[in-house]
Design a binder for this molecule. Structure first.
Ligand code: NAD
Length: 692
């Protein structure tokens, strides 16, 4: 690469050479940047007219980290450790001038400098464990020498991103300057002493603190192998020569890079960036939202109001009568209690947000809203009535959204004279906490309304996934099949506890039956009743859940569901459930057989991926990675497995198809292998690379 095309240039400020990295958008350490850095450092090191060097990422930046796309490819020269070794070897003082993100490999570059000066905008951290790896270019060895073992373990294992002042406090930065960062760095550089961390000993530490840091990190590891490795490699810095520690770190980094967990986390990293790209939205500008309203202040409505207020929008809750409005407001207050108690939110801030939420039964209050989210009962007649009345009061251009879980968005839109303004905003409970926002695009939804929904998701810190209109959209559609097959296995011989244990062993926070108990068995019951008229008689139907509901077992809220609950909320297997299961087996003439955890896991993964393949084939989901995002962010699917479509790709689609054929035999109509799965299994394809 010649100087004209290199993303790295050199400026001279008298005797100081300033290396400027200019590689939009974030100065990722691509091959070109590494080459440019190496060449610039080499040239300035050899230039007798240069007495000191400043490394800069230009205004608002430093180096945000590795180029994550390259992480799935074989390492390519020049390697980052070699570039950093070249910086470390310089006899001239080197100053890092950090005006933005110095994360991951960018932080490792900064740690190899003699002085780290930053603006208040700087963000510093060794964030590699967030991607399932550890620093691979000296980060663990230098940070341990800089801040000691205990803090180094915490920083690396949490992948903590420090603001400038915090980084200064911990010693990661030497100075935070308000004014002209480059001018200060250039002024300091010639006088700076050489202070190579590579030549320093690890500071003596408090053994108990180090032990506690390691224990806390391992406890928070949640199955991520990088954490134990990070703890080991950081601890090894004491008593190990720098070069040996570096070699150990690099070998560990290279091995972890290939791990399934790291691949899954990289997959999700890209999935998040892809999810906002929606065909047909080019040039559509989001509408301006200044005032929001929510219709229905129940479980969801209250949570949605909090999510909106947290994003800085004033919210009016509209309920059926004054008492319901007051109850809704009380629910909202309750939602702010927990973050205040835990210290995540100050009382003053909570009060400010609470003041932005009002409740009323007066529909005229909806006239001012730029966005209305309906979260009333899951009943088409109720929703059609609400949208009809809303049409009469809402101002022109207001975005009219429904939080429906399953209902036909186009039918809801048809109750208005402006179906182009109607969109689904499917929040997940608790709506102020859960990251997923399923954005449902109706057949008439205008591009700028969809763009508004995506912008709102971002404003609320949520992960949007765009879905087409069908029963259950992406998430609940797939979840319904998953739950059905869990029940088939129970009727065929597994216990609910075995199914849940298998799912938890796979990495789900909670098994499917424990989740049903938490949300309430009445929800599924109502859904099955609604579908009864249209259900294919060839679809296998398990009556156990209905029997539980009819016995008054609605889950946690009634103290019993698939499990029995004690006063403290502890759950246990319940003989009454075993009896309901046995009765169902007898009635269906089934001789129970045993299931291993592996069989349960494979079956449920196959049915999720299969239904996902149907949603993809029908265009309900835009891409497989959107389905993965939905399940990871909304349904407790383990992040380290990358989502059901990614996990199916890893299992191999021929094996998934074979499993699905068995699932079809068990489930009957509705469980047919998806045409797309059959096609990809035959051609050796993958969901990840399939395009329409
Ligand atoms: P909920 O019963 O807790 O709350 C519904 C509220 O709507 C009640 O307070 C009720 O008084 C009010 N309401 C009903 N009709 C109204 C009307 N005409 N005008 C004003 N207010 C009215 O129900 P929920 O669990 O909050 O669910 C609400 C919606 O969100 C449903 O469509 C549901 O499918 C969906 N949803 C629920 C969940 C969940 O986990 N609970 C998750 C995602 C989506």
């Amino acid at each position: 690469m010649d100087a004209a095309t290199s993303p790295v240039r050199v400026e001279r400020h008298g005797p100081v050479g300033v290396v400027v990295i200019d590689h939009a958008p974030v100065n990722a350490l691509s091959k070109g940047v590494r080459q440019g850095l190496r060449d610039a450092v080499g040239a300035l090191g050899a230039d007798p007219g240069v007495s000191a060097i400043v490394l800069s990422g230009g205004p608002g930046r430093f180096i945000a980290g590795a180029d994550i796309r390259e992480m799935s490819l074989p390492p390519d020269d020049p390697l980052l450790p070699d570039v950093i070794a070249a910086i470390d070897a310089l006899d001239k003082p080197v100053v890092a001038a950090i005006d933005g993100a110095a994360l991951g490999g960018g932080c490792e570059v900064a740690l190899a400098c003699d002085l780290r000066i930053a603006s208040p905008k700087a963000l510093v951290g060794l964030t590699e464990t967030r991607l399932g790896i550890i620093p691979g270019a000296g980060g663990t060895q230098r940070i341990a020498r800089l801040v000691g073992i205990a803090d180094a373990i915490a920083l690396v294992c949490e992948g903590r991103i420090l603001k400038a002042q915090d980084a200064l406090g911990l010693g990661l930065l030497d100075e935070v300057v308000d004014g002209d960062l480059i001018a200060v760095a250039v002024a300091r550089a010639p006088q700076a002493a050489k202070r190579r961390l590579s030549e320093r000993a690890v500071p003596e530490g408090d053994a108990a603190r180090e032990e506690a840091a390691a224990a806390a990190a391992l406890k928070g590891a949640k199955g991520l192998p990088a954490i134990a490795e990070a703890v080991r490699v950081v601890r090894a810095a004491r008593g190990t020569a720098f070069a040996a520690g570096l070699a150990d770190e690099r070998a560990t980094f290279l091995a972890l890079r290939e791990s399934l967990e790291a691949k899954a986390l990289r997959h999700l990293f890209f999935a998040e960036r892809e999810a906002g790209k929606v065909p047909g939205l080019e040039g559509a500008a989001a509408r301006v939202l200044k005032q929001a309203a929510v219709i229905g202040a129940g479980t969801m409505g209250a949570g949605i109001a909090v999510a909106l207020a947290d994003a800085g929008l004033p919210v009016t809750l509209v309920e059926r009568d004054a008492a319901a409005a007051e109850a809704g407001l009380a629910r909202v207050r309750g939602l702010y209690e927990r973050p205040v108690k835990s210290g995540r939110l100050s009382q003053a801030e909570a009060d400010k947000r609470l003041a932005a939420i009002t409740a009323t039964s007066d529909w005229q209050a909806l006239a001012d809203a730029d966005l209305v989210v309906e979260a009333a009962f899951e009943d088409m007649a109720v929703k059609a009535d609400i949208f009809g009345r809303l049409d009469a009061v809402a101002k022109p251009g207001a975005v009219l959204a429904s939080n429906t879980s399953y209902l036909d968005l186009d039918a809801i839109a048809a109750a208005t004279s402006r179906p182009q303004d109607v969109v689904g905003l499917h929040f997940f409970a608790p709506a102020n906490v859960m990251k997923l926002l399923e954005v449902v695009r109706g057949k008439a939804t205008a591009p700028d309304v969809l763009a508004t929904a995506l912008a709102l998701a971002k404003r609320m810190g949520k992960q949007p996934v765009v879905a087409g209109n069908c029963d259950g959209f992406i998430g609940n559609r797939i979840y319904a099949v998953y739950r059905r097959h869990a029940e088939y296995m129970v009727e065929d011989g597994a216990t609910p506890e075995e199914v849940d244990a298998a799912l938890e062993a796979y990495g789900f926070a909670m098994g499917v039956f424990a989740v049903s108990d938490m949300s309430g068995l009445d929800i599924g019951h109502a859904m099955r009743k609604r579908r009864a008229a249209t259900r294919d008689p060839a679809e296998r139907y398990v009556v156990i859940a209905d029997a539980l509901v009819e016995a008054g077992r609605l889950g946690r809220k009634t103290g019993a569901g698939w499990y029995a609950y004690d006063a403290a909320g502890g759950k246990s297997a319940d003989p009454a459930v075993a009896e309901a299961v046995a009765a169902a087996r007898r009635a269906a003439g089934i001789a129970p057989r045993a299931f291993t955890a592996g069989q349960i896991q494979r079956r449920l993964l196959a049915v999720m991926a299969n239904e996902g393949a149907k949603a993809l084939g029908e265009g309900i989901a835009l891409r497989a990675s959107d389905i993965d995002l939905a399940f990871v962010n909304g349904y407790g699917f383990p992040r380290l497995k990358g989502g059901p479509m990614f996990a199916a790709d890893e299992m191999g689609l021929a094996a998934v198809l074979a499993e699905m054929e068995a699932a079809h035999a068990a489930g009957g109509a509705g469980s047919e292998p998806a045409p797309l799965l059959v096609e990809l299994a035959r051609s050796g394809g993958r969901f990840a690379t399939w395009t329409r």
